[in-house]
Design a protein around this ligand. Structure first.
Ligand SMILES: [Cu+2]
Length: 453
């Protein structure tokens, strides 16, 4: 039997025309006029889209401009948003809103539909390109305005933070406890959470901390230990943890969009790796996506990760002090291990003591030339790695760039009351000062602090 396409085509035409032509035309016209009329009405009256419906917005990435058009969009709270984004560039961009843990790829030369629910309190939020798309990355930003709308039960972002606990260093723990599992793994738990942190000046600042403290508790292990760390995210946005200076397997490196999906609010993620090599390392957020790491760091998300060499007991100094140096630039606060002078605990020494100070710059933008009065120190390790004795500099100032760590050691050989402070003096003014005080020392009887002789 022969198969005739001609017959099939005729059948279809016949079916389509089975309604009388004038009726079809009239129905079509009514629909068209109705739709046009509604659109015209909306245009004239600037009537917003119905709150309970879908908000549809056309958007484009302007070719070669690293710009969103429009770069301000307004949607009612709780509405379902459909962004139809045309990427005019020949390469990919990304569309991200951190507060929604939303991150979509926008392939070059295509129109991509990005859908989300505006489950946010009324206010303004950033949207931005989330991929390395060229020099314009940091400029490719826009504003999502969420207006009053459907009640989604989302708590307002108002300044009411009365439920967030106020804490300070005196309530902090020094080291994170662990459980030794049967297979020799050291198991730790970290919770990333909001805290009103008091740096010691009685003026708590809204912050993010590991286990509710700034910095997070020191993690202290021995070189070669297998560690398992469960990280639970209780922040209002996604986060990650990066293990800075540790030569671990790449899957545990904690980089969002590169080695893992960020840990969403309420989720727990488990990192496991071997602690190697020995030295002063640290852990810190790598953000929720490329571009907000500095923001999360500046909220306080860092802690020391000390990997002791196996023979550390043979060389253990009399004092082994760890300082995570951070910055709250907007508040003018430059803390030493979560406190500002004079709330920074002094290092209390005896004559002849060997003092090691592990200084970690966990700030995002500025350096700290740390200066010790009345003594010289040796720089014994940089970025955690030991410096051979013949190469150790004898100094009294050691600058520390963001991300660097320096271990310095000095012998307490000059009894008195001394300072060790940042010599970027705005930072010193902002609290980055500690004291070194000799235990069995007191000023001479005729010493008067407030009288000049
Ligand atoms: Cu400084």
């Amino acid at each position: 039997m022969e198969f005739s396409t001609e017959n099939i085509t005729r059948e279809r035409v016949k079916t389509e025309l089975s309604y009388p032509f004038p009726v079809t035309l009239m129905v079509a016209l009514c629909v068209l006029v109705g739709a046009l009329g509604w659109q015209t009405y909306r245009l004239i009256t600037h009537e917003p889209a119905p709150v309970e419906g879908v908000v549809e917005i056309d958007m484009r990435v302007v070719q070669g401009q690293w710009q969103w058009e429009p770069d301000v969009i307004s949607v009612p709270q709780g509405s379902a948003v459909q962004l139809s984004i045309t990427n005019e560039d020949g390469f990919a961009h990304g569309f991200a809103i951190a507060e929604l843990a939303l991150d979509r790829r926008l392939p070059g030369g295509q129109t991509t539909l990005v859908e989300f629910e505006a489950a946010l309190a009324p206010g303004e939020y950033d949207f931005f390109c989330s991929v390395f798309c060229g020099a314009g990355h940091f400029g490719q930003r826009g504003t999502l305005v969420v207006t009053e709308g459907v009640d989604t039960g989302v708590a307002p972002l108002a300044d009411d933070r009365s439920d967030i606990p106020v804490r300070n260093r005196q309530q902090a723990i020094a080291e994170l406890p662990f459980e030794m599992l049967d297979d020799g793994i050291k198991e730790f738990h970290l919770t990333v959470e909001e805290v009103m942190w008091d740096y010691g000046d009685g003026n708590p600042i809204y912050s993010w901390g590991y286990n509710g403290q700034l910095p997070g508790p020191d993690i202290r292990v021995v070189e070669g230990d297998r560690v398992r760390i469960h990280v639970t995210n209780k922040l209002p946005e996604s986060t990650t943890v990066h293990w800075h200076g540790i030569d671990l397997s790449w899957e545990a490196d904690g980089v969002p969009g590169v080695t893992m999906d960020p840990i969403k609010t309420g989720e727990t993620y488990t990192y496991e790796f071997t602690a190697y090599p020995a030295g002063t390392r640290f852990y810190h957020t790598h953000g929720s996506h490329h571009g907000d790491e500095h923001k999360q760091m500046d909220m306080g998300l860092a802690g020391a990760f000390i990997v002791e060499p196996r023979d550390f007991d043979e060389v253990r100094p009399d004092h082994d002090v760890t300082w995570v140096l951070t910055e709250r630039i907007q508040s003018g606060i430059f803390p030493i291990h979560g406190a500002v002078f004079p709330a920074v605990p002094p290092i209390i020494v005896r004559e002849g003591d060997l003092v090691r100070i592990r200084m970690i710059n966990a700030g995002s933008s500025t350096f700290h030339p740390m200066h010790l009065h009345g003594h010289q120190f040796k720089v014994v390790a940089v970025d955690g790695n030991p410096i051979p004795e013949v190469a150790q500099l004898t100094r009294n100032v050691q600058p520390i760039l963001p991300g660097e760590t320096y271990d310095v050691e000095f012998v307490a050989d000059n009894p008195g009351h001394w300072l060790l402070h940042c010599h970027e003096l705005h930072h010193a003014a902002g609290g980055m000062i500690a004291e070194v005080i000799y235990e069995d020392w007191s000023p001479p009887a005729d010493f008067r602090l407030h009288e000049h002789h």
